[in-house]
Design a protein around this ligand. Sequence first.
Ligand SMILES: *[C@@H]1O[C@H](CO)[C@@H](O)[C@H](O)[C@H]1NC(C)=O
Ligand SMILES: *[C@@H]1O[C@H](CO)[C@@H](O)[C@H](O)[C@H]1NC(C)=O
Ligand SMILES: *[C@@H]1O[C@H](CO)[C@@H](O)[C@H](O)[C@H]1NC(C)=O
Ligand SMILES: *[C@@H]1O[C@H](CO)[C@@H](O)[C@H](O)[C@H]1NC(C)=O
Ligand SMILES: *[C@@H]1O[C@H](CO)[C@@H](O)[C@H](O)[C@H]1NC(C)=O
Ligand SMILES: *[C@@H]1O[C@H](CO)[C@@H](O)[C@H](O)[C@H]1NC(C)=O
Length: 656
Amino acid sequence: MVQSMRSIVGRTAPVRFRYIFLLATVFGGSFLILIINNSTDIFSFKNDVSSTWYSSHRYELFDSGASFTIKTEGCTIPGLHPFDESIRKFIEQPKHLKSCSRDNASLLKSNETHIWISSEKVNLPTDANISCCYKSFYRPLSINDISSTDVDDRVKYEECIYFSDYVEVANEFVKVSCIDHDKTIYEQFFLFAPKKPFMSYKDDSVEAPINQSGYNVIVMGIDAISRLNFYRTMPRTLAYLKKKGAIELFGYNKVGDNTFPNLTPMLLGIKDTDLKRTCWPNTRATFDNCPFIWDWFKEVGYYTALGEDSASLGTFNFEKMGFSGTPTDYYIHTFMHEAELQVGNNKDFNSFICMGNKYFFQVLLDYIQDLTRTLKSSKLFGFFWEVTMSHDYLNYPVIMDNSYEKFLKYLDDTKYLEETVLILLSDHGIRWGDIRFTKQGRLEERLPLVHILLPTSFRENYSLAYSNLKLNSRRLTTPFDLYATLSDLVNLDTIKNEKIRYRSSLYYAQKNSISLFLPIPSNRTCQIAAIDDHWCTCHVGKKISIKSTEALEAAAFLVKRLNIMVRPYTQCEPLLLAELLEITEMEVGTPGENEVGWREFMVTIRTVPGGGMFEATLRHDSSGWSLAGTVSRLNLYGDQSRCVHDYQLKLYCYCR
Ligand SMILES: *[C@@H]1O[C@H](CO)[C@@H](O)[C@H](O)[C@H]1NC(C)=O
Ligand SMILES: *[C@@H]1O[C@H](CO)[C@@H](O)[C@H](O)[C@H]1NC(C)=O
Ligand SMILES: *[C@@H]1O[C@H](CO)[C@@H](O)[C@H](O)[C@H]1NC(C)=O
Ligand SMILES: *[C@@H]1O[C@H](CO)[C@@H](O)[C@H](O)[C@H]1NC(C)=O
Ligand SMILES: *[C@@H]1O[C@H](CO)[C@@H](O)[C@H](O)[C@H]1NC(C)=O
Ligand SMILES: *[C@@H]1O[C@H](CO)[C@@H](O)[C@H](O)[C@H]1NC(C)=O
């Protein structure tokens, strides 16, 4: 796979030109909003290319102190720049992406209630006599062979209903084929979100009362996109989230390689390897016995939905058996499977990207939108997963940016966001391609995006839970924590201020699944959080010789930096290196062979005059040395620095 990716990541256009082109076209005007709203979250552009871009967009350059992604007692994740030198050459417009088959572009149109023939823009012969067959299909309750490998794909089609102008829609899943003089000229699938009677979880035949308290919970995944690739490829969506006050988890670390081991902890609260003991004895078993988070919502009166934009790559279907029963009230696997099979096209690497003339990701987005409209007066827990566009290529998510922004805007305009907790996230970053041969790419793969958008009433009514979530935005977090967080949303009583106060007083520091509405301990380590060393993005120090070249260069650089800081204060003596006390390389996991990227070192030195001991983290990359964060002073400065009053300078100045 890596091989084929390599040939796909083109290298023809000059890097710099492509880069500027991408920024200009992709970023549009969205960063201004970002900067106004949440300046501390924004990375800084220090180098020439990005400052060209910045000045042409009239934004101010600033340093957000992004030397570290998170820095806590238990875990420091190095600072990552979305346009780091080492990965810039991989960022480009997705020029290899083909558009969906346009042949039969728009013969049929639809709205919530009707499908009709619209011959505009379609080249029909003048003697055309078109009639269409409306065929609904569904997932039958009865199962012929429970052990069959395609039990989740079972389907039944109804008889044709012919129409030659329009037809009223009365079903969830519909296939329409149109015929002109016995020749099929058009085929398309339509997905609807009709209101269904609310069935109780316990007894399928009883209609249960709908629970009106609680917020809708919508979890939307975008497969294989790192926190920073989201910055690069979907800036408009990002800007919209930031504008609405979404909270970003900077220290969200994946816990397994691909989708399944990262979603299992989120949806079931356990490791995928523990499923064997609980509800999924072997890979030939279905997932029907697993207690998914949506079941808890169902019990308290929510409608539930599970929707993915691919059937073949479905989380529970890819080399797995899926479900034999129907896991949620709304379950579109049946639809996606038929659509993929019959009108799926534009297969690119792993996925069918298009359903007829429409992107599959758009089919899913439109469906979620329809569901929110249908269930406006009920409660919905929905788990949705996009995979077709983002799974295989670093830059393809660019295509989705406008659609996701528009989707969010719709939920906002219809006030749905006022009663909904929306979580936009991913399972991991891109796992292959040339970017994976860089250190940045390796770390990004382990750091997927998570943005949590809470309604205003939530922020007011559950103010402690909300402020804890903000705190946790810079703590080490995992999919296990999302499970605990979602569990809290089942019963909001558990996150009232007095409850949060009480729960915070209990001892939970060793747990690997902690609700994000409680303070995550700052001393949390990967080990405590159940993140295997292989996936851990926290620094681990490894002492190196103080006689090494790196050591000498680093110490000299640090002294130089100290002197640059004190130089404007003529009352301070210049400092000289007296001794290099210690140098530790701050490693993050095990680098790949010949991996491209920076190295970080923590250096401790003593300077004269004054004998000040200083500690700093320094980064070395192709452009040389730089300082990551501030320089700490390890011993007291006493009255050595009486002649300056700046608190930072007091640490460094030795008065003449
Ligand atoms: C959908 O289209 C039909 C037929 O054009 C029309 O009668 C109906 O009002 C439309 N419904 C909505 C909700 O727009
Ligand atoms: C169009 O086709 C229908 C049957 O599909 C037929 O009954 C009708 O006569 C045809 N009309 C013309 C003008 O050919
Ligand atoms: C339109 O779609 C049908 C069914 O998928 C296909 O057989 C036909 O070739 C398409 N029409 C054109 C003009 O390509
Ligand atoms: C939440 O806040 C809204 C107003 O912001 C208020 O009307 C409502 O009663 C509160 N609900 C709870 C459960 O405190
Ligand atoms: C409704 O939901 C709330 C929490 O959102 C829960 O406390 C309550 O027990 C539920 N009521 C019923 C009847 O399930
Ligand atoms: C980590 O912090 C928690 C409090 O947040 C404390 O109870 C616990 O003992 C600490 N653990 C270690 C290993 O320091």
